[in-house]
Design a protein around this ligand. Structure first.
Ligand SMILES: CCC(=O)SCCNC(=O)CCNC(=O)[C@H](O)C(C)(C)COP(=O)(O)OP(=O)(O)OC[C@H]1O[C@@H](n2cnc3c(N)ncnc32)[C@H](O)[C@@H]1OP(=O)(O)O
Length: 331
């Protein structure tokens, strides 16, 4: 199967798909972006945002507006390691890592960086100073409490968090302290959640007269089912590690500080936990994420076609040939 045949087949199949499926496929095949309808005419930011995004027509949105209107302060820090694991840190400790507008723009920029990280395999999302994130900065929320600005912020964050979840990296939210409101939503934009022994995830939106708007409700239903999602949102229930494991929101619990020596820091524990799932070459790990993502998001026939295309990228590739060569018994 030649690569041009794959490309042409993929494009002509893609044109027949519904818009939502084409967006997932765009996230899976960035090289198709230039020629696909996913590329919009909304300037650099939205063009970048359209890769794997939900909305490509956020009229009048721009980075500076978000930075200025929705308050400066804080940062989103990214460190890529040679191990293939990157660590993304929500960094605004004086406000319990609440999201300012400036941090929302930073997050979008860091997600763009990660989309282009060819050597990447895994991602850990954590909060600075031993707490995850207390949601949107309430000072910023007050400043943009009109419906128009609220919609723009909501669509911008949905795009960014959808792209985060669709990265070809296996991602883990490392939850220490509290993950509240938008912080709880952020945890659902990762493939897995690891909770420190005294941590809490809580969708506190109802207390603010709100519902999730960063895509957190839709993702929560996929993770815990609609019955549990209704209980968590309607009852603003506090999810501790035990409850998290029970309903499938948590995938693991970290050893507490009183644990025997050797467990390591929470970040080291998260790296160890993740490392068992990212052993192997980056193209193979990225392919694993892509086939699972397409299975999770696409209707079966489209997921099967995507699986075939992703399979085509690893079949006969260096890792496959090396593995075949090492099986000397079957030569
Ligand atoms: C997307 C929609 C959403 O995210 S809606 C959800 C928005 N978030 C919230 O409602 C959480 C608001 N914060 C709180 O309930 C409490 O501050 C929590 C996080 C429980 C911490 O309580 P406690 O341990 O007593 O500390 P504290 O209240 O003194 O907070 C320390 C400093 O951090 C600040 N802070 C905290 N959260 C936010 C926030 N979301 N936006 C802005 N600032 C926040 C507090 O104001 C406090 O600051 P300061 O020391 O008084 O200057």
């Amino acid at each position: 199967m030649s690569s041009s045949f794959q490309r042409d087949g993929f494009q002509s199949n893609t044109a027949r798909l519904p818009l939502s499926s084409r967006m997932v496929l765009c996230a899976l095949r960035p090289q198709l972006l230039k020629s696909s309808r996913c590329a919009g005419a909304w300037g650099r930011l939205l063009q970048r945002q359209s890769s794997g995004s939900v909305y490509s027509n956020i009229h009048g949105l721009n980075q500076e507006e978000i930075r200025e209107k929705a308050f400066p302060g804080g940062s989103i820090d990214l460190h890529k390691h040679d191990s293939g694991i990157a660590v993304l840190t929500i960094n605004n400790p004086s406000r319990m890592n609440a999201f300012s507008g400036s941090m929302m723009v930073d997050l979008e920029e860091q997600v763009s960086q990660l989309e282009n990280w060819t050597d990447g395999k895994g991602l850990i999302v954590q909060g600075a100073a031993e707490t995850f994130c207390s949601g949107s900065d309430l000072n910023a929320v007050r400043a943009i409490s009109n419906p128009q600005d609220g919609m723009k912020m909501c669509m911008f964050m949905q795009n960014t968090l959808t792209r985060l979840l669709r990265l070809p990296l296996i991602s883990v939210a490392l939850v220490e302290g509290r993950a509240l409101g938008g912080g709880a939503e952020l945890t659902t934009a990762c493939d897995f959640r690891l909770m420190a022994s005294d941590s809490v995830i809580q969708f506190v939106h109802k207390h603010m007269g709100l519902v999730p708007g960063w895509g957190g409700a839709a993702r929560l239903v996929h993770i815990v089912g609609s019955q549990n999602a209704l209980k968590l949102l309607g009852g603003t229930l506090k999810v501790d590690p035990k409850f998290g494991l029970q309903i499938g929101l948590a995938d693991g619990v970290l050893e507490g500080p009183q644990a025997e020596e050797g467990a390591g820091t929470p970040l080291q524990q998260a790296e160890n936990w993740l490392s068992r799932y990212i052993k192997g070459p980056a193209p193979v790990i990225q392919a694993v994420k892509k086939v699972v993502l397409s299975g999770r998001e696409l209707p079966l026939s489209e997921a099967l076609r995507t699986e075939k295309d992703v399979f085509g990228t690893v079949w006969g590739g260096p890792a496959n040939l090396q593995a075949l060569a090492s099986k000397s018994k079957h030569k």
